[in-house]
Ligand binder design. Structure first.
Ligand code: KMT
Ligand code: NI
Length: 179
């Protein structure tokens, strides 16, 4: 199961875990109430994995590519990492599957507190359209991830505040109905 916890608000390096003391873990159930879903898959066999094929088929994730985030492989590495770590939302779901390495996806809970989700090899996550989130590498400074999308991808991030989008309104309604 994917590990997640509430973050401290210290200004130290974003790549550090930022766990509270004492630790305040977040369960997959709590994540699912925010519309965040995770799967554990066999990353060594992603090319022929029937489980992955099933998820893609059931959710219509027709499009995919693989991104490698490392200073020697990603063009404009520093700039991209900065963009990834700006709090933002998208108008579509963000779906990521970690094939190698690791990193953190941070999402806001209902009270606007940051939850840090530790994503390692084999972890897949779906972030709903309209949720505020961000991504950072951890101290290993390396991740290889599959990006999935329903149809032609639109990556545009809308940095906070981005309240006036349908996707945001719908997401807030979803949270409301869960409350
Ligand atoms: C994103 O959109 O934040 C990313 O693609 C981050 C890297 S995927 C592990
Ligand atoms: Ni994003």
């Amino acid at each position: 199961m994917v590990q997640a916890w509430y973050m401290d608000d210290s200004a130290e390096d974003q790549r550090r875990p930022h766990r509270l003391d004492p630790d305040q873990p977040v369960t997959v159930q709590q994540l699912s109430e925010l519309g965040v879903h995770s799967y554990k898959l066999d990353a060594d066999n992603y090319e022929s994995d029937p489980e992955l094929a099933k998820i893609r088929k059931e959710n219509n994730y027709t499009w995919m590519d693989i991104i490698t985030i490392h200073k020697d492989t990603l063009p404009n590495y520093e700039q991209k990492l900065k963009i990834f770590y700006e709090e933002h939302l998208h108008l579509d779901d963000e779906i990521r599957y970690i094939l190698e390495g690791s990193g953190y996806f941070d999402v806001r809970d209902k009270e606007e507190r940051w939850i840090r989700i530790f994503m390692q090899k084999g972890d897949m996550i779906t972030l709903p359209a309209g949720i505020y989130h961000r991504f950072t590498l951890d101290e290993n400074n390396y991740v290889k991830a599959m990006r999935l999308f329903v149809g032609e991808p639109i990556w545009t991030p809308y940095n906070r505040p981005a309240e006036n989008f349908d996707a945001r309104t719908k997401y807030l309604q979803f949270l409301e109905q869960k409350a």
